[in-house]
Design a protein around this ligand. Sequence first.
Ligand SMILES: [Mg+2]
Length: 309
Amino acid sequence: MILSRPIRAGIILAVALGVAGCATQAPSPASPPKPCGAAPTFAEGGERSTLWIRTSAEFRAVSEQTYRAALTALAEGRATSVWTAEPTQTGDLAALPPAIVMDIDETVLDNSAPQAQMLLDETCFGEFASVWDAWVARRSAPAVPGAVEFIRAARALKDPQGRPVRIFFITNRECSRRDGNESACPQQDDTAANLRTLGLDSPTLPDDLMIKGERPEWVSEKLSRRLEVARQYRIVLNVGDDLSDFLPEVRRQTVSVRDQARCAHDSEWGRRWFMIPNPMYGSWLVALGPDAGAALAGEPQVLEDCGRR
Ligand SMILES: [Mg+2]
């Protein structure tokens, strides 16, 4: 979620479902009326995935192992001058200092708490934006397991020329004014404060944060922000929880097209790209469309081995 991923996912899913908001409908006499009428609520169906994130040792283990593997890869990547995690990056890479690009929500900050609350409250699609912004303003999201240790360790490293590794956070949390707040982007202030609370302050915060809408060209599609980083830095690693954190033009694609994109970059995973699992929301969910039953009954439409066999 971000003023972004969740919001974006929710909005897209809402559109896909033809849900305009919390339109009132006649309550069923067989069950108490829900606040959204017959329309699905924002987090509907997310009980097990949210509990998995919030309670399972399995999630903590896979998240921590991913970050430890990323740190191991960084040791090679920072020392290899031709190494880049951005496929479009070309030129004299050795001349550039090293950087890592990371997503924020469900990659560094854990937003399963509002997800759980929205399930309990049966929050409507139309209520999501205000619920989400109130959560961002609390500045109290805990860290995704392994993220703090990874960021601290990465920032302590240098490339062979003695240039430190800088971390850029490319997030679809969105700049949006709030009543009584003079800041043009209170969400940037909040996110920086949240990171500081977790011990992730740096002399370059909040400039390390690349917020959606901070510049006109910084839209939901993150490629323009990766290219902005690539103009001045060699991008050594990319860490995210959604395919669109790594690849352009996959946000609204089908299951099949998204998986072909995964395979087209098969060699990046676990080497320069590291994915944190997020079963709660994301462009993977949007790709399934509004009919979960049909998706369950259909063929998966994913490639088993990317042609490696
Ligand atoms: Mg995310």
